[in-house]
Design a protein around this ligand. Structure first.
Ligand code: FMN
Ligand code: FE2
Ligand code: FE2
Length: 397
């Protein structure tokens, strides 16, 4: 009985991917409230066939069944590996063991990884480079090298006749429901969260890739996580802003407080920013979703970081947050660092230095002993006003 849901996205092009409804964590870091998808696409050309990307380990049989429902795995000619990460390449060895003539198609760096990660023999790998094409009969696959999005070997595949771009992780979103973009109401939010963690650290390469695909006429974008864009303009526009580091009149507040003193310092900043018309996103680091932090950093013009002193330095949760900011390389321009201490302090200076190393202009760094006094609160209000002014006066880029 054939019961697998297969979706035709264009003539002879099928979505045969898997939905991971129950996955709740990615990269051992990012919560996935709505699961994710591993999109795989089967292209049945007149003469030859190809599978673009595969699925996460554990879903091999599901993919096999789907391929066999519309075609025959034994007749498959090519597996296109746009990216070597296991969520897309994890089923390659299994599929290649079921078909001893299928060739793996990837970039030069992809070939090295396919050998290392998946023990694929050299004679079963076809290396392609930019603008190389493979003709399946009435379907031409064109490869676009797009390195460091987000691994060194990444590439996109474009089908010329159907004008479909398969960019793998690029334009992706972790969400299990919906096949097409119009089925997920807040899709751009999911995409922004994904961009924040995965693509933001590589904005320079992302910009180059966007430039490269400008010459292609794109009717559909079919990424390897999340829904397929039948209307690609929206995500292309959003990516244009994000890769250029376009910020909004917005501040991300990251803080934690053991006994409430640092929190007392952070709260007036939030109120001042809000009363000055500045969007604020507040994350208590002890309870927040790190994916939401990554998402907010994509377009925030400022960061406010609050941490008490803990064993002579910043609290470990604040060190974690500042390390995350360093790793994700957001386009943040301004910062404020606040904190309370018991006897010798040191947290605020430590975080200030780490933000300044990222070229974030710290417009205020203020440490108080114990509970903030009325005078301290007045100073904090002044800092909030200064930050508001800087945020509003600065332009988007
Ligand atoms: C586990 C622990 C370690 C601390 N280590 C230091 C320290 O090394 N130096 C210091 O000045 N204060 C230290 N303190 C005191 C706190 O910084 C102080 O109580 C501060 O007001 C707490 O701010 P909060 O209410 O925002 O948590 C420590 C407190 C705790 C609970
Ligand atoms: Fe990836
Ligand atoms: Fe992925």
């Amino acid at each position: 009985m054939n019961w697998r849901n297969i979706v035709q996205i264009s003539k002879d092009i099928y979505w045969v991917g898997a939905k991971d409804w129950n996955r709740r964590l990615f990269d051992a870091l990012i919560p996935l409230p709505s699961g994710t998808t591993y999109n795989s696409y089967l292209i049945l050309g007149k003469d030859k066939s190809a599978l673009i990307d595969t699925v996460n380990p554990g879903f091999e049989k599901e993919l096999e069944e789907k391929v066999n429902q519309v075609s025959n795995l034994e007749n498959l000619d090519y597996i296109i590996m746009n990216h070597a990460e296991p969520d897309h390449a994890g089923a390659i060895s299994y599929l290649m063991s079921k078909n001893n003539k299928v060739m793996l198609v990837c970039t030069n760096k992809g070939a090295t990884m396919a050998k290392k990660f998946y023990n694929i023999p050299e004679n079963r790998i076809k290396v392609v480079s930019n603008d190389y094409t493979i003709n399946l009969g009435n379907k031409t696959l064109r490869f676009v090298e797009a390195p460091m999005l987000h691994w060194p070997e990444t590439m996109f595949t474009y089908i010329e006749e159907d004008k479909i771009l398969f960019p793998c992780d690029f334009f992706g979103a972790h969400v299990a429901y919906g096949i097409f973009d119009d089925e997920v109401e807040n899709l751009i939010d999911y995409a922004q969260k994904y961009f924040g963690e995965i693509m933001m650290p590589f904005r320079v390469m992302a910009k180059k890739a966007l430039e490269k695909i400008k010459s292609l006429e794109i009717r559909i974008i079919a990424p390897s996580h999340g829904p397929i864009y039948k209307n690609p303009e929206r995500i292309l526009k959003a990516y244009e802003k994000w890769v250029n580091g376009e910020t909004r009149i917005k501040a991300t507040i990251l803080y934690l407080s053991m006994w409430g003193n640092t929190e007392k310092m952070v709260l007036p900043i939030i109120d001042i920013l809000n009363s000055e018309g500045i969007e604020t996103k507040v994350h208590n680091l002890t309870v927040t979703d790190i994916g939401e932090v990554a998402k907010d950093l994509v377009d925030s013009r400022a960061i406010v970081l609050g941490t008490p002193t803990f064993l002579s330095g910043a609290h470990p949760m604040a060190v974690y947050a500042s390390h995350l900011v360093k790793a994700l390389r957001p386009p943040t321009k301004f910062g404020i660092v606040l904190g309370s201490y018991g006897w010798s302090g040191g947290a605020v200076q430590q975080i200030k230095e780490s933000l300044e190393a990222l070229k974030i202009e710290v417009v205020g760094a203020f440490e108080v002993n114990g509970l903030p006094t009325e005078k301290d609160m007045d100073h904090i209000v002044e800092l909030g006003k200064t930050l508001s002014k800087r945020i509003k006066e600065s332009n988007a880029n």
